[in-house]
Ligand binder design. Structure first.
Ligand code: AMP
Length: 278
């Protein structure tokens, strides 16, 4: 990948990277199309496909995370992707005795709240693998989804702090017709769980409507209301809901138009996240 990218770079071709964990869906493909727009017809679009073990907790779904490289490659080909980079664990995190992988990249401020509080070490795994990809590919730009809003903010901060020249582009969340944000983990939802999963989007709409009516509402009050609302679904359990400034991720005491909302909800055993502007 590094050699191929060097060749492209020497030929003056712009390289745009879309990092993914595979099991590609329309959300990923929207990022690929955005990448193509940025790269231009002569530029190169690279999709990385790698289920990164360092961003999963011990009791999380690393081993069951859906994988189908053949299907992913077919989708990439159909979108005109120039290279799919799908490394193995032994390449990304080599383990020869005495010379095993032992360097991590950690963002220390934005990573502490929300997803970072619920999933310790998650963002350290994300920044580590993204830093590696940025060194392997050297992209001129990299496209991330607003679906993982905190992740995009952390990657942007890492790129700035560590002087990665890549421009970080954030593209909007793609949703199913009933509002459920597309996610590889939606595959875990069968039967009534799929219906219950729309509660994340319904909670977002409820918050938006409340603020539209009231103008302002204390965050604690809205959180309590949403917790009750989400609890009405038999298999839903709120992990966290937060209201914050979109630029700094600092929590706000008062929710108004422009505040960002993010939430994580267990639907049965599946943990789903979503976020939106209020
Ligand atoms: P993942 O494969 O889940 O790690 O996601 C890879 C990239 O796709 C990340 O930048 C995600 O934010 C983005 N992404 C995932 N789902 C969506 C979606 N529904 N809409 C837009 N982007 C998404």
């Amino acid at each position: 990948m590094q050699r191929l990218a060097q060749k492209w770079r020497r030929a003056g071709q712009r390289i745009v990277l879309v990092p993914t964990m595979g099991w590609l869906h329309e959300g990923h493909l929207s990022l690929v199309r955005r990448a193509r727009k940025i790269a231009g017809p002569r530029g190169k679009v690279v999709v990385s496909i790698y289920v990164n073990p360092t961003q999963f907790g011990l009791r999380e779904d690393f081993s069951t995370y859906p994988r189908d490289l053949k299907r992913d490659l077919k989708l990439c080909r159909a979108e005109g992707v120039d290279a799919a980079f799908a490394p193995g664990d032994a390449e990304m995190y080599p383990r020869p005795p005495g010379a095993e992988f032992s360097t991590l990249v950690a963002e220390e401020k934005l990573s502490r709240t929300m997803e970072g509080a619920s999933r310790p070490a998650h963002f350290r795994g994300v920044t580590t693998v993204v830093a590696k990809l940025f060194n392997i590919v050297p992209p001129d730009a990299a496209v991330f989804g607003a679906k993982d809003f905190q992740q995009a903010a952390i990657v942007r901060r890492m790129a700035r702090d560590l002087n990665f020249p890549a421009k970080i582009v954030v593209a909007p969340t793609v949703r199913e017709p009933d509002g459920l944000a597309m996610s590889s983990r939606n595959r875990y939802l069968s039967g009534d769980l799929r219906r219950q999963a729309t509660v994340l989007w319904r909670a977002i709409r409820r918050a938006q409507d409340t603020v539209k009516e009231a103008g302002m509402i204390p965050a604690v009050k809205l959180k309590a209301n949403l917790k009750r609302f989400i609890g009405q679904e038999p298999d839903a359990r709120l992990d966290h809901v937060e209201f914050f400034e979109p630029d700094t991720l600092d929590p706000v005491a008062r929710v108004t138009a422009g505040t960002r909302m993010a939430l994580a909800v267990f639907i049965g055993k599946t943990r789903l996240i979503d976020n939106a502007r209020i």
